[in-house]
Design a protein around this ligand. Sequence first.
Ligand code: SF4
Length: 239
Amino acid sequence: MDSQLNLFSLKEQRAEVRDQKSEEQKISSPISNPPSPQIKYNSLEEAKSAAMKCTKCILCKGRTNVVFSDGPENSKIMIIGEGPGENEDLQGLPFVGRAGQFLDKIFASVNLNRKEHLYICNIVKCRPPDNRAPEEAEAKACSEYLQAQIKYIDPKIVILAGAVAVKGILKMKDAKITKIRGQWIESKDPLLAGRKIMPILHPSYLLRHEWNKAPDSPKAMMWKDVQEIRRAFDSLLLT
Ligand code: SF4
């Protein structure tokens, strides 16, 4: 893990990437989504309170904890993942297992962290059995909580970690995450309009793939993407 992180901090990579915006990052892909339904909750606290005792889908049966979120509620960046795994279920916090720790290191490489900058949540708040992907009906049942999170956190930047998050938020069922990652995507969904939305590779994908310096390696892609996210965050600070 440490050697992987060290690769991120190589100065020559930082210099190489800082001055170039990838072609993908210049692409804007307007997506027309069905309008979001009205937000069911009057506050984030109300949504969280409902989620904590929710039995709207079968995932409630296997959970130890409802995993609602981590990070400050005034964050400008929201990271949305897929669903809790074993460690997350046990601790009641998102992205705290091996992949989550790796995500922390990726963002720490550009001085962003969940204590100050990142609000982290998932498409579903309860752990799917055997770490399977959430089913469409489960994601739909849970969407009222995520919609409330987006409305009340009001992030300017929304990062979708992995294909399940892309499918759940942008309804891009056939999009390949390796093709659309790193792009700023526009959505006409009223809840998402005006926010900068970027898919990134899921950190567990990175952990599963060999790390090397090739420009098209998962590591190099993630390095480009996290640099671009940092640039977007910096530009928010100037406005
Ligand atoms: S996953 Fe979401 S909808 Fe399903 S029981 Fe948990 S909180 Fe409720």
